[in-house]
Design a protein around this ligand. Sequence first.
Ligand code: SF4
Length: 426
Amino acid sequence: MTTQLLEAKSKNTTAEMERAAENEGPSPAHMRELIASGEVVLPVNKKHEKLVPLAIGKNLTTKVNANIGTSPEVADVKSELCKLDAALEAGADSVMDLSTGGDIDEVRAAIVENCTVPVGTVPMYQAAIDVGGPEEMSIDSYLQVLEKHARDGVDFATVHAGVTREALPLLERRLVGVVSRGGSFMIRWMREHGKNSFLYEHFDDVLDIAEEYDVTMSLGDGLRPGGIEDATDEAQIHELKILAELAERCKERGVQVMIEGPGHIPLHEVEENVRLEKAYCRNAPFYVLGPLPTDIAPGYDHLVGAIGGALAGAYGADFLCYVTPKEHIGLPGPEDVREGVIASRIAAHVADIAKDVPGAKEMDREMSRARADRDWDAMLERALDPRRFSDLMDGESGEDQCSMCADFCALKLYREKSSHEQKAHH
Ligand code: SF4
């Protein structure tokens, strides 16, 4: 079996590259070149039947991922499919199934079967749960789970292979510690066994499976900061350098790779974080969680994430993982998913304007024109979230002014000719 990267390196433009290019600006040949250079990934698992190929990276629109999945306390297939619908309806570009409760295999199969966008997973969760806890994991149990996910049609997988023993002393200085589940699982395992990470030590075995099924590696940042106080610290940068080394090994094997990033980062450090990832990882697509530029707004973390995501995207991050209003509080429900996706999509579009992605500014121009004309139908058509627009229009007249300034409608006053101008016209 081949991979999109191997095909691109051999200058073969696959049907999936053509399809992904069709939905974006670049020509299929340019898309192929970007994939060959590792600046774009095209996560396509051939077993994912309903998938509409979607590319992530340089010169493309900023993409948005929605995390769904069960927890040990809330585990029900129907609820997850409901969240999947909410994510897709709101316009998520990909979905990750982070299930840790109930029948994980059943949930994943149902999500892949019903999903038209790329699906990602974090195999380490199930690798730990299936054997009775993180301490009991082994490279064999991990590879079994990874292969199962690959066989089920998972398009990209988070692999926390950058969490190594050397970083453990660096974590002592942290205020929050470790907030990545995958990162904490690996640390538990390393402490228990007194050995280095089995994922790092056996990374070639991981790549065997990734190559066979063309699962894109999303190298997880298991040591991402969990608070502003810990942002851009030594542990985080140490891991990033290891991820850069692993990314090279992926590319040498023909395995597509992207890099996951923080997390809690103050706004003035966002640019530096994007710059470091691009420099160390030779422009591999950067997939950020938020980032969240403040810790103090629980209940509004979708807005916090959108602020950080817009800036990260503008500086070159390629893929935004959404954050929902339920972040730091509990497992999100369908309405939280919807709000999270919309907030991240706003951030992604704001970034696309700044990045000068073809077509982005035109969308704003069209909306401005509709507003100037007070053409409410055209505004509805162009609204990023038409449902919200429509709800708020309830009770408005829909005529040539709104209830904000009513007869003092600035647009109307500016556009209507004065009596003096009318006389002059006659
Ligand atoms: S009434 Fe005011 S807010 Fe409403 S359309 Fe006119 S200028 Fe805009």
